[in-house]
Design a protein around this ligand. Structure first.
Ligand code: CP
Length: 302
């Protein structure tokens, strides 16, 4: 039984099954898990979208949501991450959704925790549920992932979204390009770098990233970032007719994207957020089923 830690753990078939199941939830499939199960949302880093869309997904599935605020918890008395998660396991949580600033927080949990863990963000390393909702959003748009040109633009070096998405998109047949200002490149990702001016000529998907000041060791000056490296209105006009804009958000309006483009016709940014609920419903039922907490056949359609 696997924890849901990395997109690399999923087979291509599992990725497509999750997309299909998320689409079913989006079309109105209304499952209700017929026994009392508890989901613990353990966020040690700030979050609006991921935390709240997990909460909505859990409630839609009939799970009891155990909310947790690290600043009011026994973490403040020195309790470790392992002991915190073990506590939730002991008091009856059936799944733990965890976000933490460490790149590899899950390594200390993988063998000793006996409930499924879902990675809701690991430092600069992985954000697999964001990746899955991005894949759903792209798939809904084009009906495929193969042979699409996707450019991931921005603060690649500090982005967990970039890493999860680049690996998954490549594996599923998309052509991945990166575009970054000097200092934001990441040597661990072996994809061609292009300027955003070049990328807008041929890319089907422009996936923007937030500049992640909270992870920077030095202060990056961003007053000229939009005009030099960001998605300006001029660059957006040069995008292919059918090309779309993604951004995992939160957004620095006027930095990585002109504020007026956030709600423009080709922006799918708020659709990504909506899709996050349905994809997280699919991921929750996938892991609870794999761990034997539910039997998919016994889930009641309401
Ligand atoms: N995209 C994303 O992870 O947003 P939050 O940090 O608000 O969860």
């Amino acid at each position: 039984m696997n924890h849901f830690i990395s997109i690399d753990q999923l087979t291509n078939q599992q990725i497509f099954n999750l997309i299909v199941n998320a689409e079913k939830y989006k079309k109105g499939k209304n499952d209700n898990i017929p026994k009392q199960l508890f989901a613990a949302n353990l966020f040690f880093e700030p979050s609006t979208r991921t935390k709240m869309s997990f909460a909505v997904a859990e409630r839609k599935l009939g799970l009891e949501v155990l909310d947790f605020h690290a600043e009011e918890s026994s973490i403040q008395k020195g309790e470790s991450l392992f002991d915190t998660v073990k506590t939730f396991e002991s008091i009856g949580a059936n799944v733990a959704i965890i976000r933490h600033r460490s790149d590899d927080w899950f390594t200390e949990l993988e063998s000793g925790i006996n409930i499924p863990i879902i990675n809701a963000g690991a430092g600069k390393r992985e954000h697999p549920t964001q990746c899955m909702l991005d894949l759903l959003t792209i798939y809904e748009e084009f009906g495929r992932l193969e042979d699409l040109n996707v450019v991931i633009v921005g603060d690649i070096k500090h982005s967990r979204v970039a890493k999860s998405n680049a690996h998954a998109l490549e594996r599923l047949g998309a052509k991945v390009y990166l575009s970054a200002a000097p200092g934001y490149e990441d040597e661990s990702l072996d994809y061609p770098y292009v300027s955003l001016d070049e990328a807008t000529q041929f890319c089907d998907v422009v996936m923007l990233l937030r500049i992640q000041h909270e992870r920077h060791e030095e202060i990056y000056e961003t007053s000229s970032y939009l005009t030099k490296y960001g998605l300006t209105i001029d660059r957006e006009r040069k995008m292919k007719q059918h090309a779309i804009i993604l951004h995992p958000a939160p957004i620095n309006r006027g930095v990585e994207i002109d504020g007026d483009l956030v709600e423009c016709g080709r922006s799918r940014i708020f659709k990504q957020m909506k899709n996050g609920v349905y994809m997280r419903m699919a991921i929750l039922t996938h892991v609870l089923n794999e761990w034997g907490s539910i039997d998919e056949n016994s889930i009641k359609e309401c």
